[in-house]
Design a protein around this ligand. Structure first.
Ligand code: NAD
Length: 428
């Protein structure tokens, strides 16, 4: 790693975790940045603020439990912080820092006026009752209240958080402020100031960016074979878009296992089965396969829509897809990235591919602030236009500079962020 990169004392230098992935990405991008912006790169290698909180709650059995929570604001040079809240038993400060930094880059790539932020609580929400989950959400929101606000920092859903959790965040913030503050969080229920089209927006954006890449690679979406890891909010919405466009979803993997069907699944039927039975195995038309077989699926397109660090040096050589779309944040390790590049596999990076979610979150925020709501057709059309423009800009930059789509997206995003710093100057 180059010496501009700084490892903070509050992370373990030996086990840097996802933050290291981000630092390596910045290291790879730096030589391609405009010369006058390069001296500002160290700003990106430190989060602006990181808040660590204890979240104590009363369990249903009367006992007290404590959970560690975080909210990190990586960079606010282009606008208020924006980024989801993740509930996961293994979430770490390093992970939330990396996710907040990717939000900075992502918001700049699609050119929405937000900085990068992210939050998380180390909890397995499946082990909590709905009432416990509500108390956890409300206490966590109160603990990070000092950072929140529609013009300060605006959370959204992420892994294991949903519209109901966002409604509790909105209500808790509003109660503490003594007014209804809809614009403080996005991904809310539509009846509470949420936006039409938000639920499926990330998956739709994954589909739009994949279709843009496929067209340029001469790959027909109709009839293409698609393997999808992660069948939650992002993976499910993407699967539906692919199926509706005539592609065949031939393999699926989630935390319950992996299934395949070379003829293509009825993805809605598989989702209904998953919801009813809590696992993919046994779904209509499904043959259970091993995780290794999932990665080696004979597919044209692979969508990684689960967690980070899923495509690693261990499985990157098995992948047979020509095109990989990162619906998840950070699913590809830097080593795997180089292997995929060597093998000529095109990777649409997370900061571009999954930016549909934050784009419609931006629309939700604008609608809340203006108290004027748009139709779903209008939202989907605007989303598709923004995604196509961002894709085109990244593709062109990659072609002109002879760099990967990831590096090109980072160049575009980082240059916008660093230009904002340069124009604003250093305070005081
Ligand atoms: P989700 O909780 O709805 O779904 C996560 C999916 O991943 C589930 O199907 C789960 O079973 C699966 N999964 C979990 N662990 C796994 C494992 N070890 N192996 C295989 N599958 C596993 O979450 P989501 O909202 O769909 O988010 C998925 C990814 O997309 C995350 O990286 C998130 O940060 C990113 N993302 C989400 C949004 C959004 O709008 N929801 C926006 C941008 C990025």
């Amino acid at each position: 790693m180059s010496n501009v990169l700084h490892i903070p004392s509050y992370l373990s230098a030996e086990h840097l975790g996802p933050w290291e992935t981000f630092l390596v990405q910045i290291d790879r991008v730096e030589p391609h940045l405009a010369a006058e912006l390069r001296p500002l790169v160290p700003i990106l290698t430190r989060p602006m603020r990181a808040l660590i909180v204890n979240v104590p709650i009363r369990l249903d059995n009367g006992e007290m439990a404590h959970f560690e929570g975080y909210r990190v604001q990586h960079n606010l040079s282009r606008g208020p912080g924006k980024g989801g809240i993740r509930f996961h038993p293994r979430v770490t400060l390093s992970e939330v820092m990396a996710l907040s930094a990717w939000m900075t880059v992502k918001n700049a790539v699609v050119n929405v006026p937000f900085g990068g932020a992210k939050g998380g609580v180390r909890v397995d929400p499946k082990g909590l009752s709905p009432a416990e989950l509500e108390r956890l959400t409300r206490r966590y929101t109160s603990e990070i209240h000092i950072l929140l606000g529609q013009d300060k920092d605006i959370p959204a859903p992420d892994i294991n958080t949903n519209e109901q959790v966002m409604a509790w965040v909105m209500d808790t913030y509003s109660m503490n402020e003594g007014r209804t503050a809809m614009g403080v969080v996005t991904g809310k229920p539509v009846s509470l100031g949420g936006s039409l089209g938000r639920r499926g927006a990330t998956g739709r954006g994954v589909f739009v960016s994949t279709a843009e890449a496929a067209r340029r690679l001469g790959l027909e979406i109709a009839g293409a074979r698609v393997a999808i890891q992660g069948f939650g909010n992002v993976g499910d919405a993407a699967a539906r878009c692919f199926a509706d466009a005539g592609a065949r979803v031939v393999a699926l993997q989630d935390d319950s296992g992996s299934i395949a069907n070379p003829g293509g699944f009825d993805v809605r039927a598989v989702k209904a089965w998953r919801l009813e039975h809590g696992m993919l195995a046994g779904a209509p038309g499904a043959e259970s396969i091993s995780a290794d077989d999932f990665w080696a699926t004979d597919a044209d397109i692979l969508v990684a829509a689960a967690l980070e660090n899923q495509i690693t040096a261990a499985n990157a050589r098995q992948i047979r897809a020509r095109l990989i779309t990162e619906g998840a944040n950070g699913p590809t390790t830097p080593e795997a990235d180089l292997i995929l590049q060597d093998r000529g596999i095109t990777v649409i990076p997370d900061v571009l591919a999954n930016s549909g979610g934050v784009t419609v979150s931006y629309f939700e925020w604008v609608q809340d602030i203006s108290a004027f709501f748009w139709s779903e057709e209008e939202i989907n059309a605007r989303l598709e236009r923004i995604m196509r423009e961002a894709f085109s800009a990244v593709w062109e930059a990659a072609r002109q500079k002879g760099i990967s789509l990831r590096t090109a997206a980072f160049v575009l995003g980082c240059e916008r962020v660093l230009t904002a710093h340069k124009l604003r100057g250093l305070y005081p």
